[in-house]
Design a binder for this molecule. Structure first.
Ligand code: FES
Length: 87
């Protein structure tokens, strides 16, 4: 049986990528390989909402399962910067 024949879509491959990436703390969007660091960089560069972040990063543009986590990263970053904006 070939390896692809027993692939259970466990995302183990992505966990290995995360483990090996020294600068990435966490992949928020697996579909488009967007990290929390990239989202934080976007907010630090002036993005004030997830929609702003999506204008420069492809986060939550595929299956959408990452949208809630991406929003949390945006909110945490805005809070840390002392900026509060409505969603
Ligand atoms: S995980 Fe982000 S769009 Fe699918």
């Amino acid at each position: 049986m070939s390896r692809s024949a027993i692939d259970n879509h466990s995302h183990l491959h992505y966990r290995l990528i995360i483990f090996q990436a020294s600068e990435a703390t966490m992949y928020v969007c697996v579909c488009n390989t967007v990290t929390d660091g990239e989202i934080r960089d976007a907010v630090n560069s002036g993005a004030t909402s997830l929609l702003d972040v999506q204008s420069c990063l492809p986060v939550a543009g595929c299956c959408g399962r990452c949208a809630e986590t991406a929003q949390q990263v945006v909110d945490e970053c805005l809070l840390a910067l002392g900026r509060h904006y409505k969603r």
